[in-house]
Design a protein around this ligand. Sequence first.
Ligand SMILES: Cc1cc2nc3c(=O)[nH]c(=O)nc-3n(C[C@H](O)[C@H](O)[C@H](O)COP(=O)(O)OP(=O)(O)OC[C@H]3O[C@@H](n4cnc5c(N)ncnc54)[C@H](O)[C@@H]3O)c2cc1C
Ligand code: FES
Length: 289
Amino acid sequence: MTYNILEKYEMVPTVHLMKIQAPDVAKATKASQFIILRIDETGERIPLTIADFDVVEGSVTIIFQEMGKTTKYLAKLTTDDTLQDFVGPLGCPSEIEKLGTIVLVGGGVGVAPIYPQAKAYRKAGNKVISIIGARSKNLLILEDEMRTQSDEVYITTDDGSKGHHGFVTDIVQNLLEGDEVINRIVAIGPPVMMRAVAGVVEPFDVETLVSLNPIMVDGTGMCGGCRVSIGGETKFACVDGPEFDARKVDFNLMMSRLGLYRSEESEAVEHYESECKSKTGCGDECTCH
Ligand SMILES: Cc1cc2nc3c(=O)[nH]c(=O)nc-3n(C[C@H](O)[C@H](O)[C@H](O)COP(=O)(O)OP(=O)(O)OC[C@H]3O[C@@H](n4cnc5c(N)ncnc54)[C@H](O)[C@@H]3O)c2cc1C
Ligand code: FES
């Protein structure tokens, strides 16, 4: 069985949206779950969060950033292509309930996994305050969608081109020091951002969850590739997570494990790009795969 690509476009430079026909996955999905896909028989398995799903259409939407060989290859696919494997939903769904005021923090492509959470928390009757950040305004994704699912939206950019000039953590700090009672914070983005959020919330008594993105292989708890340390205990992010209490995560260990295969990953990209260019002769403007 292969999976049809129903829609595919570049949202902002190097970040792509892809809608895939996968009715069984759509039917079973809940907020914060992910899929593992493989483009073809020889491809690497990569995990991506389900950014949206439509049970009636039988579709699942993923939003991904070009990082290395597989995501660059995925970015070149069109609606004429198919995916070999699309396994999911994987991971534990978020425990969504009516708590009061929820602050959702999304950084970069991390805004994509925050979006289904905004929908779910809103549907459960919570007040949703969203903080979405990017390096610059041209890299900001899902602003309109987040506005429709949030009671308040704060935007931050590192270069000050839109919203608050600074980091998402500045707004988290302001909210925590303000008068509003915050019942839960959920932060998703690059590990450095999630570690910074964990640092800001440390002195406050507010439950804070982060969605971890260690290297995953099988996604079923068998290989041990995604092990993380939570409050000194070893957990597997694929079956025990991906959401964990921010204040218990050993971010330094997770970040060092993420870098374990950096030289192999660089080699794979170089090989992929040179093979592609030599096949087609289209040079640096290569758009083939
Ligand atoms: C649960 C989960 C959900 C994720 N959701 C998203 C998402 O919604 N959008 C998105 O853009 N990215 C997401 N990621 C990260 C995404 O899986 C990696 O960017 C992708 O695997 C990189 O593959 P590559 O071959 O293009 O890059 P590579 O060159 O192989 O790697 C680039 C970097 O990506 C990370 N990475 C590589 N392989 C894996 C792997 N098998 N599992 C996890 N990380 C890996 C490492 O940090 C590595 O240094 C998620 C990761 C996890 C664990
Ligand atoms: S990915 Fe293999 S144990 Fe989690």
